[in-house]
Design a protein around this ligand. Structure first.
Ligand SMILES: CCCCCCCCCCCCCCCC(=O)SCCNC(=O)CCNC(=O)[C@H](O)C(C)(C)COP(=O)(O)OP(=O)(O)OC[C@H]1O[C@@H](n2cnc3c(N)ncnc32)[C@H](O)[C@@H]1OP(=O)(O)O
Length: 127
């Protein structure tokens, strides 16, 4: 089974809003990026973002924090993959890590013409 994809980003001023916390659009973009990596690792093909479901931001991510993302392959269809992404916030000077966001992304494998192509089933990963 493919291990979850993890990405860590330090939140700098160019990623912040006027409240001094991570801008939500940037947060979603980072989560989509993690989903893209996880889907690409499974499909080993071009993948595009088809949908984003149930995105939630539960707590703000302050400037200077680490935003830790974990993307997990949750379900595989014929050409699509559902990727669950969770975000945690960690202050670099503290060990405390709190859950701050979740979203689910549907990624679809495509050929060079952008047509959906089959992806390996989840079970195939265990072989
Ligand atoms: C929000 C965050 C923003 C953040 C900000 C991004 C920042 C960036 C970061 C990097 C992010 C990475 C992403 C890089 C790559 C691009 O950047 S992709 C760019 C954005 N996405 C696109 O341009 C895709 C545009 N859409 C399409 O090309 C077509 O609709 C698709 C997705 C290829 C599907 O084609 P289709 O002809 O509708 O195919 P169809 O046979 O009906 O469906 C194929 C499969 O897709 C599934 N599917 C299609 N539509 C949906 C849907 N809406 N819901 C669920 N499943 C669907 C079907 O159920 C089917 O699944 P299977 O049963 O085969 O498993």
């Amino acid at each position: 089974m493919t291990p979850p994809t993890t990405l860590t980003e330090i939140i700098l001023p160019d990623q912040a809003n006027h409240y001094g916390t991570l801008f939500g659009g940037r947060g979603l973009s980072l989560m989509a990026r993690a989903a893209f990596v996880a889907a690409s690792r499974h499909a080993r093909a071009k993948v595009v973002l088809a949908a984003c479901h149930e995105a939630r931001f539960e707590a703000p991510v302050p400037l200077g924090s680490l935003f830790l993302l974990t993307a997990t392959l949750a379900q595989v269809g014929r050409t699509s993959m559902r990727i669950d992404v969770s975000g945690h916030c960690e202050h670099p000077e503290e060990s405390r890590c709190t859950s701050v966001s979740q979203a689910t992304f549907t990624m679809v494998a495509v050929d060079d013409a952008g047509r959906p192509v089959p992806v390996p089933p989840m079970e195939a990963e265990a072989r």
